[in-house]
Design a binder for this molecule. Sequence first.
Ligand code: DSN
Length: 474
Amino acid sequence: MPELNAESIAFRSALDVVRSVEPRIADAIAQELTDQRESLKLIASENYASPAVLLAMGNWLSDKYAEGTVGRRFYAGCQNVDIVESVAAEHAKALFGAPYAYVQPHSGIDANLVAYWAILADRVEVPYLKKFEKRQINDLTDAEWAELRQAFGNQRLLGMSLDAGGHLTHGFRPNISGKMFDQRSYGVDPATGQIDYAALRESAKEFKPAVIVGGYSAYPRKVNFAKMREIADEVGATFMVDMAHFAGLVAGGVFTGDYNPIPHAHIVTTTTHKSLRGPRGGAVLCQPELAPQVDRGCPMVLGGPLPHVMAAKAIAFAEARRPEFATYAQQIVANSQALAEGLLKRGVQLVSGGTDNHLVLLDVHPFGITGRQAEQALLDSGIVTNRNAIPNDPNGAWYTSGIRVGTPALTSRGLGVAEMDQIADLIHTVLGATTPAEGSKAKFNLDPSLADRISKQATELLAPFPLYPSVDLG
Ligand code: DSN
């Protein structure tokens, strides 16, 4: 019997301990690995974290309360959490070349709320805000919101429209940011599918926002952040960038100069689990003048920090500082562009005609189906994607006319441009074989034997690229 390596021993032992209490949970954890190993994961916002990142989360750091910031906690005994948070922030600053890093946010939504609060708090008299600083943002009454909005004076936000690829947290009603701000959207030029900076400038001059938000969750192109900062300066707005999707491309040096948000934005938010390959969580990077307000994130906006996740963030940031991460980031984009080319040459219509980043947005309207039908047909064929609205989507945000595909996860597995062409072929075959069920935007017809064949081909394609090759659960 060959000796087991440290990672296999660690995960096997952890599962044995979990199984001794509740076998169903151990089984679900093990099954998740099996399922992920077998599926062609093209969800643009997902990835595979390293075993070191995963293992850094499963420990007693989770037992500690540490509200406050490093050296200024509301609880005693935070000396080890202080080390963890400091090391994570140190790596984040070095990785991104950012003056200040706050690594507590539990998610991208939380990171954006911390940033919004910091921006607004920076614009009003601090004594006034004192009244609210011990409150959780979600507990404010409508009257208190009205009072705050009045005090903030100018609380308009200009962000990317949802159908152009913006995110709910960029001032849309289903998210609390839609309560904090009056939102106006900028979109894309219908002819190019790309941001129309001249229109953005005109809109900013007319609307006079307090905040301009750059960044997206479904826009397949790079963004000129230098130009956006110029516009923000012209109208006296704070420029915030949500780089959750493309943080790995910033860290890996794919987006540089005008396309790197860090030197241009006043404040940048991110998640740590997408192209960055870290644990599920968020972070805020900012210029020094906003740091004191950002530091008030907990308890103003956030619950107690998750020290075990901050530990995993530190590992992920450290990993991303290695030279091989830059190679990985370049490969994400090479793969995405190969996938786009493979789809285009088979006649698939892409929003903006291609991609500069980790994602490709397919317009499935020409196949006569909705995004929802396409998503399920692909899933039935072993290809995991998600439906997404496209600019001016006639099917709205629920059924949609788009499919978003991304390459960070498959690139982590080692797939390259040759495999991307094969994947384009599988996607094209499934979409071409799917027809809508009579009168339905959700139900569809797809020959099960074709779905089964594609699914087998997907599994075969993945076979030379084992997921977590160092982890053998037996
Ligand atoms: N849910 C993330 C995404 O899929 O893009 C953004 O929050």
